[in-house]
Design a protein around this ligand. Structure first.
Ligand SMILES: C[S@@+](CC[C@H](N)C(=O)[O-])C[C@H]1O[C@@H](n2cnc3c(N)ncnc32)[C@H](O)[C@@H]1O
Length: 446
């Protein structure tokens, strides 16, 4: 089972490699991986020293070690009493390239230029890192691999057009070089479908999209091609979870496969988790079992967020006010709304949700909403304006926090607005039409 996700971000340009000895030659433009073409013979400086003095010698040599994959910079010489210390030929070509200080240190243990020689070695595909291989193969002076992320055993890339013809090679090199990777997919960077999943093409490895990842001490299993998962949100999930206390209630309107919901149940919160995507719903329930949740604390729904708010959330509030639902003293109700492209548009359903004004005085717990949005430019102000406009009520005094979760692209921030959902909003008197107007004044009924 693979869990840990790794977030690897590589963003560099291929530079002319003429100045380095440590690069494969003659492979630029290769489209189909031919591993045997990565053999290169190089001459590398070596210090031959007595084995028993090694511990005193290496501190003076470490900075110059020849560091390559599957290569030990300190090896036995054919004469077993000696050790060979291999130096990086890009750093050292003659003995005096070793710093004065280090040479003095070596002299103290009897090592001099006489111990220094040049040796021929043969490097091959196994010795080059994927970064070195990409620099040697892909077009010079171009951005090469801009950001890739690993989810379980899958690495997903978002290749620029000029690299598409190299995708088979790029994928194969990553499968070869990253031990935990079995599948490489290329995806479109734009998530614009309802369920926020990517369309993706397997460019190397097995066509196996079922991954298991660990986040906030819970295991999540899902088909990566069917549902939304973003490893970059792990910390934000953790932050929200830190606000939840045992006995609190969570309504997760757009829950995905459960990164808020599952750990929240583990924290002994009562959770109502909803997602419109039937596959998310399926994996959410799978993850509930996988994590051995206390099912009396967990309910899942496969609804549109609008209906979840207008029916299920409303019913909970009403039942509580009628004494059919109980909450421990001091417990809070939290509502997470992570669908940044459109979540704010669902805020209007809270406005005037409870028509029965007689319930007002029975509602005696705090409700906190965490709504996410994408905002450009002055993101904080833009996010606040969006929330107020969409909920249709000036809730400025109820805003607890406006938090910049992450930078999505140069002009796009993912922002979380945290606010208290007041009785003023919930019991606001509505017009007769069922869709609440986008902007309306809340009555001062508190
Ligand atoms: C950005 S993902 C967030 C998933 C999860 N909460 C997380 O933090 O990783 C948004 C989720 O909303 C779901 N979704 C999209 N439109 C929806 C709607 N109208 N009602 C309910 N869920 C919806 C998608 O299927 C997706 O799983």
């Amino acid at each position: 089972m693979t869990f840990a996700h790794t977030l690897l971000v590589v963003f560099y340009r291929t530079m002319s490699t003429a100045s380095t000895i440590l690069t494969p030659l003659g492979v630029r433009g290769m489209k189909i991986l031919e591993r045997e073409k990565f053999i290169r013979k190089i001459q590398t400086p070596v210090l031959k020293v007595p084995a028993e003095k090694l511990s005193k010698i290496t501190p003076n040599c470490k900075d110059y070690f020849l560091k390559l994959e599957n290569f030990k910079p300190v090896q036995n010489d054919s004469d077993n009493k000696l050790k060979c210390i291999f130096f990086n030929p890009d750093k050292i070509s003659m003995y005096t390239d070793i710093s004065e200080n280090h040479r003095q240190g070596l002299l103290h243990v009897g090592v001099t230029e006489n111990n220094f020689e040049l040796k021929d070695i043969q490097l091959s595909y196994e010795n080059w890192s994927y970064g070195t291989i990409f620099k040697a193969v892909l077009p010079e002076n171009e951005d090469i691999v801009s950001g890739f992320t690993q989810v379980g055993h899958i690495i997903h890339l978002n290749l620029k057009d000029h690299l598409l013809e190299y995708r088979t090679l790029i994928g194969q090199v990553l499968v070869d070089k990253i031990k935990s990777c079995r599948t490489v997919v290329n995806k479109s960077s734009i998530i614009d479908n309802t369920y926020r999943n990517f369309s993706m093409e397997v460019i190397a490895g097995e066509e196996d999209f079922i991954v298991t990842v660990k986040e906030n001490q819970c295991n999540f299993m899902f088909n990566f091609s069917e549902v939304y998962w973003n490893s970059r949100l792990g910390q934000e999930h953790e932050r929200i979870l830190s606000f939840l206390k045992p006995g609190d209630v969570l309504f997760d309107v757009f829950c995905g496969v459960g990164p808020f919901a599952i750990p929240a149940v583990k924290k002994k919160c009562k959770v109502f988790a909803n997602d419109l995507n039937p596959d998310s719903f399926k994996w959410l329930n799978h993850n509930a079992n996988l994590n051995k949740l206390n099912m009396s604390l967990f309910k899942s729904y496969n609804l549109d967020g609008k209906d979840f708010i207008l029916n299920n959330f409303k019913e909970y509030i009403t039942d509580y006010c009628l004494g059919k639902e109980k909450l421990e003293k001091g417990a809070k109700l939290h509502i997470t709304m992570n669908l940044p492209a459109i979540a704010v548009e669902f805020l209007k359903y809270f406005n005037g949700l409870i028509e029965d004004q007689s319930l007002d005085e029975k509602l005696d717990f705090e409700i906190i909403v965490y709504v996410y949005c994408f905002a450009p430019g002055d993101a904080v102000l833009a996010a606040k304006t969006m929330v107020i406009e969409n909920i249709g009520c000036d809730i400025s005094d109820d805003i607890i926090d406006i938090y910049d979760v992450r930078n999505v692209s140069p002009k796009k921030e993912m922002i979380r607005v945290t606010f208290r959902l007041s009785k003023k909003v919930l019991f606001s008197v509505r017009n007769s039409d069922s869709e609440p107007p986008k902007k309306k004044l809340c009555l001062e009924n508190e």
